[in-house]
Design a protein around this ligand. Sequence first.
Ligand SMILES: [Zn+2]
Length: 68
Amino acid sequence: MSVLQDLRKFVRQHRACGVLTIHLEPPSETAYRIEIGCRACNAALSRTVDPAAAAWDLMHTDLLLAAN
Ligand SMILES: [Zn+2]
């Protein structure tokens, strides 16, 4: 499973919990650091994403929707 799929799976699994925390580290030369947490489950997922990943924009949109 890819990093992006991991992140999106986490969002789907916890979207109904109500409160997702999302932290995006500013992009370094090599990668974004993304951390997602669910306060309801006390679960967290942390991944590094290649900023050149073609799916970045799509995933970012999903995360913003999950935060609303
Ligand atoms: Zn949850």
